[in-house]
Write a new protein. Structure first.
Length: 123
């Protein structure tokens, strides 16, 4: 039996221009934590946005403990997801964030709430 999820995850990581990100996001399963490991790749971010609410907890975890560049991407993803839980995560992170550039990224995500940022648009 072919491991379809593994194949799609590999495709998202290696070739983000493929439709695998959309397909993987629509599977709505437990791969969200695995996808956050590759958050810097447009395909992974796109799949997490497509997944929506089920991805919020895993992405929120990155927003709390990731490095500054990963926190910025997590803020973009949460803003693009646009759910009430995503807004709560961004609002809480804004209260505790010490890095000025990440704070600015969170504020931008909140101001563009529910819109996909250009860096993770579906191609």
């Amino acid at each position: 039996m072919v491991n379809v999820r593994g194949y799609l995850t590999n495709d998202v990581i290696r070739r983000p221009e493929q439709e695998s990100a959309l397909i993987l996001g629509r599977l709505r399963d437990s791969l969200t934590t695995q996808l956050t490991l590759y958050l810097e790749r447009d395909g992974a971010a796109t799949a997490l946005i497509e997944l929506g609410e089920p991805a919020v907890q895993a992405v929120s975890d990155v927003l709390q403990v990731g490095g500054p560049s990963r926190r910025l991407i997590a803020a973009e993803v949460l803003g693009a997801i646009g759910s009430p839980t995503a807004r709560d995560a961004l609002t809480m992170a804004l209260k505790t964030e010490s890095d000025a550039s990440v704070r600015q990224g969170i504020q931008t995500a909140l101001s563009r709430f529910g819109q996909r940022p250009p860096s993770v648009e579906v191609r």
